[in-house]
Write a protein that binds this ligand. Structure first.
Ligand SMILES: [Cu+2]
Length: 154
């Protein structure tokens, strides 16, 4: 009888492990799908002439990421050369963040202040060159990062 019990306990452990693994991978797939969807939506900043960009830190599964107003994760942003954009950041998390914008040569071309938990800030940003910029958090550069596509002013 004891042997049967051991086998039963081991099987239950295995099933629980498999459930955890399948849950984690489906969560990642969903996050990826959101990211793709957001790429399209954010690029309409240029087309709609919307010059306010909201990027908020968010903590999900103990990982910090940027999210925009529609919940897009580390969204790809589209802006037009020469236009001035107001970037608004609200920090609901329990730690400090700071947004940095760099060009392809790692030259810093824009930044927020350090944003303490529960605080918000905003800053104006524009660039005179088309091409691709990178944005990231000074303190979480591996998980809080995205791309800004700068196109000709239509
Ligand atoms: Cu951060």
């Amino acid at each position: 009888m004891k042997v049967y019990l051991n086998v039963l306990v081991a099987s239950l452990g295995l099933i629980a492990g498999l459930l955890v693994i399948s849950h984690v991978s489906s969560t990642q797939v969903l996050a990826q799908a959101d990211e793709n969807k957001e790429t399209k939506i954010s690029n309409t900043n240029v087309a709609t002439g919307n010059n306010t960009i909201i990027l908020n830190p968010q903590e999900t599964n103990e990982t910090y990421r940027w999210v925009n107003s529609s919940g897009g994760i580390n969204p790809t942003l589209g802006i037009a050369k020469g236009n001035e954009y107001l970037i608004k950041i609200n920090n609901p998390t329990d730690t400090k963040h700071e947004l940095i914008i760099e060009d392809a040569k790692h030259s810093e071309i824009g930044k927020s202040k350090g944003i303490q938990p529960g605080k918000n800030t905003e800053f104006k940003f524009s660039t005179e060159k088309t091409g691709q910029l990178n944005y990231f958090c000074e303190y979480h550069p591996e998980t809080m990062k995205g791309i800004i596509n700068v196109i000709e002013n239509p």
